[in-house]
Write a protein that binds this ligand. Structure first.
Ligand code: GLN
Length: 479
């Protein structure tokens, strides 16, 4: 049963092959079995004890002929998306013990359609990282090879889906955090266009970059969840007037007449040769489907990572200022004064990478360096947006690797922040520009590790991106 996709489970529920309680029971069983493994995956921070109750409620509704689009379907949720009454810690010591006072809009919308939640998934602290190793709960592992990182920051979500501990999961993507772990774990991961999914109730990292994303083993599952969760939200001032009322069921894409750009900047220096070769092979498949594949160069893409690593920490330093021991989670009670309490709470509560980001953010925003760093990064961001907008008037998709490297062993990059940041080479531009991007499982390396490729489209072109991915999945060439 756990091999079924979310849409497969939907069918099974509708056909009365399984009940929701049986499905949730199977995931719970698999989760507890994994905990006794010598190297547990550590995908979940908490598996909700009440998920079975919700499953039984959904089953009762179904018996009465009621229930929404997602009735009785379970999802896993990254630990930075709030579910009322549940802890939400962003895998940080500073938020331990913080209970969400309300639910994120996305959570409410999914619940309104009958979805239920299996648990909170592991992540890099405050979503800062690319390997899921910067977590106060210890790293999650890659289910394909447990000595490897699952990718980050939504590593727990990707791990849970790939290991069949959940059929689908929510993550968040500020610079690649849904797509990178999807690529490393061999599944699909979508970062929607900025504004598509409400950020209300997503604990902010970089507000102008953050989007909730969806991870699944099939593009159709993503379409189903996106349809249920998208739509303008008055509680999020940046939410867009876009909805996708009829994404599901999803049809494959007709590639004839489609133009796809392979960008030179993401295929040359810094890209592992096997990853490059897999991307080329995928381009070959697109051509076989009738698409026109063109090589282009967009030199400004070289500046996406440096630009991102100025803007994201700047916004993070401001967003994380609220965690000072007064209102949320952890407080160092031993401090003698207010000032000392702030300092020691933050010193003990935040991990090294988060502190590094706060330092960088405050530095680039400081009056002496604002013009040199923050202002310049904003100018680069505008240029990048203009160039991409121009590009997408002529092409349908941009094809690139998702990550420049295959999955790497746990521990191999944790002490080298620049090497970690470099893994975001192909993903950050989509957040800086707001464009939707999807990682597809493309192939395995010779040593048996998954590699993803990324399709990026024009604003709000989620449907055709997902359709293209569905064609890939149905072709039987996918992993
Ligand atoms: N790896 C990037 C960072 O550390 C992206 C994280 C994300 O998308 N949340 O900032």
């Amino acid at each position: 049963m756990r091999d079924l996709t979310l849409c497969g489970l939907k069918q099974a529920l509708e056909n009365r092959t399984y009940t929701s309680a049986e499905i949730v029971g199977a995931y719970r069983e698999a989760y507890s079995q994994d905990r006794s493994h010598a190297k547990p995956l550590n995908a979940y921070i908490e598996f909700f004890a009440d998920s079975l109750d919700h499953a039984r409620e959904a089953d009762a509704l179904r018996e009465q002929g009621k229930g929404g689009l997602l009735n009785g379907l379970p999802l896993a949720v990254k630990d930075n998306i709030m579910i009322r009454g549940k802890e939400a810690t962003c895998a940080s010591r500073i938020l331990k013990g913080f209970t969400a006072p309300y639910s994120a809009t996305v959570i409410e919308r999914l619940q309104a359609q009958g979805a239920l939640f299996l648990g909170r998934t592991n992540m890099d602290e405050f979503a800062m990282g690319s390997s899921c190793e910067y977590s106060c709960y210890g790293p999650a592992r890659n289910p394909v090879n447990r000595d490897y990182a699952p990718g980050g920051s939504s590593g727990g979500s990707a791990c849970a889906v790939a290991a069949r501990l959940a059929p689908c999961a929510l993550g968040s993507d500020t610079g690649g955090s849904v797509r990178l772990p999807a690529s490393f774990c061999g599944i699909y991961g979508l970062k929607p266009s900025y504004g598509t999914l409400s950020r209300y109730g997503l604990i902010a990292y970089g507000s102008s970059l953050d989007q909730i994303g969806i991870l699944a083993r099939s593009p159709e599952d993503i379409a189903l969840v996106l349809q249920a969760a998208a739509g303008v939200d008055p509680k999020d001032g940046t939410s867009a007037e876009t909805a996708f009322p009829d994404l599901y069921p999803l049809a494959p894409l007709e590639f004839k007449g489609r133009k796809i750009a392979l960008v030179k900047e993401f295929t040359e220096k810094g890209v592992d040769s096997e990853v490059h070769e897999i991307t080329k092979r995928f381009a070959g498949w697109l051509k076989k489907q009738g698409a026109e594949v063109v090589d282009i160069s967009l030199p400004v893409l070289h500046y996406a990572v440096p630009c991102y690593y100025i803007i994201a920490p700047a916004e993070a330093s401001s967003n994380l200022a609220r965690f000072d021991g007064v209102q949320y989670g952890y407080r160092d009670e031993a401090a003698h004064s207010l000032e000392e309490m702030y300092v020691s709470t933050r010193t003990k509560g935040f991990g090294t990478e988060v502190k590094r980001r706060v330092f960088i953010g405050n530095y680039v925003l400081s009056s002496g360096y604002y013009d040199a760093y923050y202002k310049k990064a904003q100018a680069v961001r505008s240029l990048l947006s203009r160039e991409c907008q121009k590009l997408f008037t002529d092409i349908d998709f941009m094809l690139s690797p998702t990550a420049p490297v295959p999955p790497f062993p746990l521990g191999s990059k944790v002490d080298d922040p620049l090497a970690m940041y470099a893994t975001d080479m192909c993903t950050t531009f989509a957040n800086l520009t707001g464009l939707p991007a999807l990682s597809l499982p493309a192939a395995m390396t010779k040593s048996g590790l998954p590699v993803g490729v990324q399709l990026t489209g024009a604003m709000f072109s989620e449907r055709s991106i997902l359709q293209a991915a569905l064609s890939w999945r149905k072709s039987g060439e996918s992993i």
